[in-house]
Design a protein around this ligand. Structure first.
Ligand SMILES: *Cc1c(COP(=O)(O)O)cnc(C)c1O
Length: 463
């Protein structure tokens, strides 16, 4: 079962709501603003528009499948995070959600910083002119080349993930005659996802250094002894698609506990804590995400309270939203190829993409919504499964959803909230050509990542 592939691990599969039953919507033509980006609406003729552009025109000009990104929505989300956290905090966009040079430019202009976790992401960030001091390097197995490249470039912080890496980064910095600002990533024994969090989770994961058994304290001891490193804070990331702040509460409590230990042992108060990302978005109408402002207020309150108790000055807070910025900005536009009704079972709607452009349904059992966008319809709702064109029965895009019963070949349908972890996890399975990302704004559509071509495929295949 794909449930066993849940990001929080198979142990927690049974705390998740089963199945996710969806009731037929009252209006199949409605576009829930929680799920769709802000400039999406349905025109008088029934077709959907985004950024002032009709989806039928987009399909004609750029083809399908395509990721359609609402630039105004992306920028507005950046600003909402920036403003909610204000000048006493830093917002690092998690580039792994979706990264391109245009995105880096938007982040730069909107005052956000950027998390990268590979040399490829670092290259993209630098190529698009992100000031290196606003870049943080993550990863549980950064290569020597990545470390050297990052230090040479002058990245603002490297998040240390293991004892071996502490030495590696320190030596590289010393060799380059630099002192690198670093955070130590700790695992606080909290795993959060969807509506649940588990505060006593085993620290059985590849990331970070455990607080338990004094491991993290020992890491700090070693970092403080090394010339090449300047320890600025502690980092914790507890999970993904989180809808409330109770997991962060426990994490902050434990991180501040470590700050206090460090103060007591070494006489230093570290100036920063990074509470990671993972804030949830609405994939379906039933999801109820928190606004950045609510999150900011809650995190500040939690950290202030914990620090007051510990007798510490309140450190600067960082957060690292990825999905919460990129996710809702984009929908994937598909053309319906076949509609297959299996009597007494279900109806399969096949589209011209699939698990190669959205692996999340197969990988995480993720929920998505879908709507007919090339026209409105007054037909009855029909319960469908939207599937791709790949040679695999697990190639599901939307497990259960309602579409109008008059749906047929040639109709355009769109799956919203695909801006995070879809293009960035896209593959060439079955030699599919990865779809383009098209940014729309004020009536203009601009391709920011072009569609792959057969030449791209053959270029790598050296024969
Ligand atoms: C993945 C990740 C994030 C972003 O997670 P989202 O769920 O996209 O917000 C932030 N920080 C770290 C360290 C991560 O690994």
């Amino acid at each position: 079962m794909s449930r066993s592939a849940h990001p929080a691990g198979p142990r927690y599969a049974d705390v998740l709501p089963e199945g996710h039953y969806v009731a037929p919507p009252t209006d199949l033509n409605a576009l829930d603003p929680q799920v769709w980006s802000r400039t999406v609406d349905r025109g008088d003729d029934g077709a959907v528009r985004v950024g002032g552009i009709d989806v039928r025109r987009l399909a004609e000009e750029i083809g399908t499948p395509a990721y359609v990104l609402d630039e105004e929505d992306f920028r507005a989300r950046c600003r909402a995070w920036r403003e909610a956290f204000g000048s006493e905090a830093d917002v690092f966009y998690a580039g792994k959600a979706f990264l391109s040079r245009a995105v880096v430019r938007w982040l730069r202009e909107e005052g956000l910083n950027l998390d990268v976790c590979s040399e490829g992401e670092l290259t993209t960030a630098l190529a698009a002119g992100m000031p290196p001091e606003r870049i943080a390097l993550h990863g549980n197995n950064k290569s020597a080349a990545e470390i050297e490249r990052a230090i040479e470039a002058g990245v603002g912080r490297i998040v240390l993930d293991s004892f071996q890496e502490i030495v590696r980064v320190a030596h590289t910095a010393e060799r380059l005659g630099k002192r690198q600002r670093v955070l130590v990533r700790v695992t606080v024994g909290v795993e959060a996802h969807t509506h649940e969090f588990i505060a006593t989770a085993h620290e059985d994961q590849k990331f970070g250094i455990g607080l338990a058994g004094g491991q993290a304290a020992e890491a700090v001891r070693r970092v403080l002894r090394l010339e090449g490193l300047e320890l600025v804070g502690i980092h914790s990331h507890i999970g993904s698609q989180i809808f409330d702040t109770s997991g962060f509460e426990v994490a902050a409590h434990r991180v501040v506990g470590l700050l206090k230990e460090i103060r007591d042992e070494h006489g230093v108060e570290l100036p920063e804590i990074d509470l990671g990302g993972g804030l949830g978005i609405a994939y379906v109408s039933e999801d109820d995400p928190r606004e950045p402002r609510e999150i900011a207020v809650a995190l500040r309150e939690i950290v202030s309270r914990e620090c007051e108790r510990a007798g510490l000055a309140v450190p600067r807070i960082s957060v690292e939203p990825g999905r919460a910025i990129a996710g809702p900005t984009t929908f994937t536009l598909y053309e319906v190829g076949t509609v297959k009704e299996l009597a007494g079972l279900r109806t399969y709607v096949s589209v011209d993409g699939g698990m190669s452009d959205n692996i999340r349904t197969a990988l995480y059992d993720a929920d998505y919504s879908v709507a007919l966008v090339s026209r409105a319809s007054t037909a009855e709702p029909m319960l469908v499964r939207v599937v791709g064109k790949h040679c695999e029965s697990g190639d599901i895009v939307v497990r259960d959803a309602f579409l109008p019963a008059d749906l047929g070949p040639g109709d355009l349908i769109a799956v919203p909230a695909t801006g995070a972890y879809c293009r960035s996890m896209a593959s060439n399975y079955n030699h599919a050509l990865r779809p383009p990302v098209v940014a729309v704004k004020d009536g203009v559509a601009r391709t920011i990542v072009r569609r792959e071509t057969e030449d791209d495929l053959l270029r790598l295949d050296v024969g």
